[in-house]
Design a protein around this ligand. Structure first.
Ligand SMILES: [Zn+2]
Length: 130
């Protein structure tokens, strides 16, 4: 199974505006001359909040172990577009102005903080003891 970790957006030929997801026309100038582009997989948290209750299901599918609160927000990419995403973090306080990395695109965009990635890639205490 390959995991697609590139977000596709579109850029307007007339005014250079970038949109996500791919738009059929420019939201800024109305031009129909837009081309699909790969977006940068890193950005800055623009704003976030914590989802403290389970969203309506469907479309939300709660995990087998039950719902746990998670962070959601907007990530501003270098292209100037803001992408709504789930935000993986060790503590929501670390999300303020944080640099985050794209980790998944389906079913929704998902970004993670460096601290969260360090924690999840670090060997467990049992592995370290070996
Ligand atoms: Zn435009």
């Amino acid at each position: 199974m390959s995991v697609e970790t590139t977000l596709r957006g579109s850029r307007c030929a007339g005014c250079d505006n970038v949109a996500f997801p791919v738009a059929v026309g420019c939201q800024r100038c109305g031009s129909a001359e837009v081309t699909a582009v790969d977006l940068t997989g890193r950005g800055t948290v623009w704003s976030h909040t914590v989802q403290r209750f389970a969203p309506k299901s469907p479309p939300y599918v709660p995990p087998a172990e039950g719902f746990t609160p998670f962070a959601v927000g907007y990530v501003e990419l270098p292209e100037g577009v803001r992408v709504e995403a789930v935000l993986d973090c060790s503590d929501p306080a670390e999300l303020v102005g944080a640099e985050v990395v794209l980790v998944a695109t389906e079913p929704v965009p998902r970004f993670a903080t460096p601290a969260w990635l360090d924690r999840t890639s670090a060997p467990s205490p049992q592995e370290q003891a070996r």
